[in-house]
Design a protein around this ligand. Structure first.
Ligand code: HEC
Ligand code: HEC
Length: 333
């Protein structure tokens, strides 16, 4: 088992040492597992970087601005707000359990968390910085120089190390121990009859065809609007934005349904405000099925059993800037 140096990760230790119940076999959904191996020095550094707005041009936007860990790892906005109050083009997916995704972003254009993490720092509509400027800012901060040396063995700071640390921290952002996980592990009393009925409908009507595995999503790319076309003002094309292929139009990575109660609004354009609406749209557009109000309610009750233990840690204290650290100028164009 991993040896946990700091009390900051004690909650993970608790989960690692949970008693293993017999469990139900043959279900298309599996319990969330705590991460197997975490490099704690690297994750601690990544946690600081995750909360540090000095990785943005304005000195005001951190990863946590749009993936707020007090709000299910999202911003609860239709689309995100970036540098200079820019309206983002697409809904921010949660970072929770993102290590379980086959690839990152709605269209899967980043192959893993490390590849993803460099994107927002340099994205003009998000943190609007450059990698060299972000690195040179960190290099002026003695506290960071020490931390990089601790995590990597020498005090070189580069974007590769920054993104490695961010990715390592993100690996800790799993949410095990949801009521539904306890049910999967054999605890009959963990979820209500209504929620179980919803799970039955979820399986029988075909939702599991796309939302399966430990994250109930993140395992494939699928068309939005299989039976009926999806209508939206949002210009995102999904995978077709990368391939140009007509068949890939509106193909998106299937989002995880873990913690879905927390990550509203829904869909890549954020147009579904409530779970009731999202379930109704999914039933009609993906499966050609109109759920009754009672069926919809049961499925929503099931979805709410997927809220797991949220990451709990001591808020990191960021090493202070020194005289030589460039000052942010958030209002300059
Ligand atoms: C201005 C808001 C904003 C900021 C700041 C931001 N993100 Fe994001 N993030 C988004 C949006 C929007 C997407 C979806 C973009 C897309 O799919 O095209 C996203 C996608 C992701 C994903 C992919 C999740 C998935 O399921 O595909 C991860 C992981 C992620 N961000 C981590 C980070 C990290 C780490 C940082 C800090 C370095 C960060 N984000 C900063 C808005 C933001
Ligand atoms: C053919 C594959 C497929 C099937 C079947 C399917 N989904 Fe989805 N689901 C998706 C895709 C793709 C998205 C993302 C669509 C988008 O954002 O435009 C999605 C999004 C969602 C969302 C919103 C997630 C978020 O974070 O925005 C919910 C909730 C959801 N599905 C529930 C269901 C339920 C309940 C069923 C069964 C009634 C179902 N899905 C059936 C592929 C599917």
């Amino acid at each position: 088992m991993v040896k946990l140096r700091s009390s900051a990760y004690a909650w993970l230790l608790l989960l690692v040492s949970m008693p293993v119940l017999a469990g139900r076999s043959g279900e298309p959904v599996q319990p969330i597992q705590p991460p197997k191996e975490i490099n704690l020095a690297l994750a601690d550094l990544g946690k600081k970087l995750y909360f540090d707005p000095r990785l943005s041009r304005s000195g005001f936007i951190s990863c946590n601005s749009c993936h707020n860990l007090s709000m299910g790892g999202t911003d609860n906005l239709k689309t995100s707000i970036g540098d200079h109050w820019a309206q983002g083009p697409i809904n921010a997916p949660t970072v929770l359990n993102s290590s379980l995704n086959i690839a990152q972003f709605w269209d899967g254009r980043a192959k893993d968390l490390k590849a993803q993490a460099g994107g927002p720092i340099a994205n003009p509509g998000e943190m609007a910085f450059t990698h060299p400027l972000a690195v040179s800012t960190l290099e002026t901060i003695p506290g960071y120089v020490r931390e990089f040396a601790l995590a990597f063995g020498d005090d070189t700071i580069d974007i590769d190390r920054v993104t490695s640390a961010l990715a390592e921290f993100e690996k800790t952002l799993v949410t095990p121990d949801a009521p539904f996980d306890r049910w999967l592990l054999g605890d009959d009393a963990a979820v209500s009859d209504m929620a179980l009925n919803g799970y039955r409908l979820f399986k029988e009507s075909g939702c599991v065809g796309c939302h399966n595995g430990a994250a109930l999503g993140g395992t494939s790319f699928q068309k939005m609007g299989v039976v009926e076309p999806y209508v939206t003002q949002n210009p995102s094309l999904g995978v077709a934005g990368l391939t140009g292929a007509d068949a890939d139009r509106f193909r998106f990575k299937v989002p995880t349904l873990r913690n879905i109660e927390l990550t509203y609004p829904y869909f890549h354009d954020g147009e579904a405000q409530t779970l009731t609406e999202a379930v109704d749209v999914m039933g009609r557009l993906q499966l050609g099925r109109r759920f009754t109000a009672a069926e919809n309610q049961s499925i929503v009750a099931f979805l709410k059993t997927l809220t797991g233990a949220q990451p709990a840690f001591i808020l990191p204290q960021l090493p202070p800037s020194v005289d030589a650290t460039p000052r942010p100028e958030p209002f300059q164009r």
